[in-house]
Design a binder for this molecule. Structure first.
Ligand code: ATP
Ligand code: MG
Length: 382
């Protein structure tokens, strides 16, 4: 997987730009608020189908314009490909339009998996110490890029969950509607959980294998990390490999606790309550790990995401937003070493951090300028 070029028009603070990337390290350098993260967000849009900063389409359209266009030229599966996104604000009444290799797609989900990238930004450094939602998001983003079936199940699950929660909230006001439909929603939720849980379990097992090696290599520590799937529906993790067992368990919990769920006004069991428990030498890294250990583990999870994606067929593109400045020199050196030979696009305000061989792109007020070797800003001007 390689990004060749991204072309932007009326996107964020960019009026028009065409930015070319090399196969190795590409560095976006510029002061604050110039458009570095905007560019990474634009590239990652093609992997994720949405903004990683949670922005709505309309927020991606340049102030005053009514349509943002992005085009990504990339190499994948041994051939050159291109994808186009046209984004509009909700107020325009028009929907976003997506093309892959000149073919119009009907849904964003059809795009996902064609271009694969791993994003790492400072928020990911809290993957260990934050609540379960960030770890579920980590799993969802990683697995969706590898398995379209997972993404479809997840989207359905979320729709069903919303509807079921709505129904639980109106249960007392509309007892008949509740009685007639709740079982149906429960069965449908269990059906999708039976796709999601085994995939999450499988992915965490892959993380376990990969990250343990990376962690030992990175820290030289003897402590062994352990990643375990913790399903949000009281089933032993190893039984989650069996879709029938998951379906039966979720359904059992949902049908036998309706009164509790009515009182809570929400669905109390299911994969939306899943977590990953992360231990070091058998103790919770969240509760007992030092800040440094937590950061190393988070970095491991991100590097493992890249390795797992590579094992599934192709090395992804690595996108790093401002992350180097957050790492101490040992971790920074490890990261630089482990990404040799891979395509990396990273942003930084500090000109000093980049390796000599990097392709440096200066960013200023939404304008991206490549530096030729002689014009490259020097660490120690002579
Ligand atoms: P930092 O180093 O602080 O992270 P950055 O270079 O990564 O900075 P970006 O987040 O890429 O900064 O860009 C932020 C700039 O983009 C802000 O000045 C913001 O006002 C501008 N911006 C964001 N959305 C839009 C939009 N829809 N139209 C015009 N400008 C926008
Ligand atoms: Mg930024």
């Amino acid at each position: 997987m390689l990004v060749r070029t991204i072309s932007l028009q009326d996107y964020r603070n960019v009026e028009q730009a065409e930015v070319h990337f090399t196969d190795g390290v590409n560095l976006l350098v510029g002061d604050n608020a110039q458009g570095k993260t905007n560019l990474l967000e634009g590239i990652y849009l093609f992997a994720l189908g949405k903004s990683f900063r949670g922005a709505k389409d309309g927020e991606l359209v340049r102030f005053g314009a009514d349509l943002a266009s992005l085009r990504l030229d990339f190499a994948a599966g041994g051939r050159e490909q291109s994808a186009v996104m046209r984004l509009t604000s909700a107020a325009s009444g028009r929907r976003r339009a997506i093309e892959l290799n000149r073919v119009r797609l009907t849904r964003t989900s059809e795009l996902i998996g064609n271009f694969r990238a791993v994003l790492f930004c400072p928020e990911h450094l809290s993957l260990i110490k934050e609540g379960p939602a960030v770890r579920r998001a980590y799993l969802d983003i990683a697995i969706s890029q590898l398995r379209p079936v997972y993404l479809r199940a997840l989207q359905r699950y979320n729709v069903i969950l919303r509807e079921r929660n709505k129904l639980l909230k109106v249960a007392d006001a509309e007892p008949r509607l509740f009685r007639d439909t709740i079982e149906l929603w429960s069965a449908q939720l269990a059906e999708q959980a039976a796709v999601i849980a085994p995939a999450r379990l499988g992915y965490i097992e892959a993380v376990q294998k990969t990250a343990a090696v990376i962690f030992a290599d990175m820290t030289g520590e003897r402590e062994i990390p352990d990643f375990t799937y913790t399903p949000g529906f009281h089933l032993d993790a190893d039984r989650c490999a069996d879709p029938d067992a998951v379906r039966a368990q979720v359904l059992r919990l949902l049908s036998s606790n309706l009164e509790r769920e009515k009182a809570a006004g929400s669905t109390l069991w299911g994969v939306h309550k899943d977590d990953v428990s992360i231990n070091l030498n058998g103790r919770s890294a969240r509760l007992y790990g030092s800040q440094g250990q937590q950061r190393s583990l988070a970095l491991c999870m991100k590097l493992a995401e890249g390795e797992i994606c590579a094992a599934a067929g192709e090395m992804p593109v690595f996108l790093f937003d401002d992350v180097l400045s957050e790492l101490d020199s040992a971790r920074r050196a490890y990261l630089t070493r482990s990404l040799t030979g891979r395509q990396v696009i990273m942003t930084t305000c500090e000109r000093e951090v980049f390796p000599d061989e990097a392709n440096v792109i200066g960013v200023e007020r939404g304008v991206y300028r490549g530096f030729t070797a002689s014009a490259k800003p020097k660490q120690n001007p002579t």
